[in-house]
Design a protein around this ligand. Sequence first.
Ligand code: HH2
Length: 277
Amino acid sequence: MTGQPPSTRPTPTTFEVMGIVNVTPDSFSDGGRYLEARSALIHALELAREGAAILDLGGESTRPGADPVPADEECRRVIPVIEGLVAAGVNARISVDTSKAEVAERALAAGATVVNDVTALRAAPQIAELVAQAGAQLCLMHMVGTPRTMQADPHYEDVVSEVKRFLEERMKFATSHGVAEQRIILDPGIGFGKTVAHNLELIRRLPELVTLGRPVLIGTSRKSFLGQLTGREVDDRLPGTIAANVLAYERGATIFRVHDVAPLVDALTVAAATITP
Ligand code: HH2
């Protein structure tokens, strides 16, 4: 996509791109495409070649209204992909996007070193101990309600301070259950129980979340607020995705969860060189 082999790129030191690998039949933008483990594995390896520092494998969709998936089925989807990535010696950290202890445990045993929990340990607090034992990283994300209910009339007095308080409290919970603070990543949860105005305000005031002292991850890729702003369908939201991520980078986010890795690596490389010569 970029016409440049990864070896010729400057090594980015100030940002990490997290490539999304959805092994689900119903994800909002690429559901079904990578359901089969082999095609998910090929896709994940391609994202690593494009410069993804982290590969985020998800076996359950978190789109608004999505149906829950049993742990066994989630494992059946993601574990073979993790095993394949490890066997291939992939040059990226493997993250599992799950809120279930059983899935986290099996993923960590198979070689994942990051657990991305969109419930921030509220669905399965035992994930804290599993992460602590494995010495893995843990992403704690803000969400109001559950994926089934989260977009029903979200309301905040002040979205940024409420998200900040929530993340601070979940970080305390995680560290009091053994997770090392330096292994925690924080995420405001763009699109999870938020209106367009809430999402934009969170990006605009991101420096307030950066003061929590942990890396901030941002997930805007192809999301519906970009569609509402631009009128674009899900497959035509890359320019909006890039704009939102570059601005989030400028405001202190350092990890960017995206479907389109190569264009984001380019955009953030230019942004980084511009900000820090
Ligand atoms: N967004 C989605 C899923 N997981 N995890 C974090 N930490 N931050 C996010 O913003 C985030 C996330 C939703 O996007 P996607 O994976 O493309 O869709 P789906 O959940 O429908 O599979």
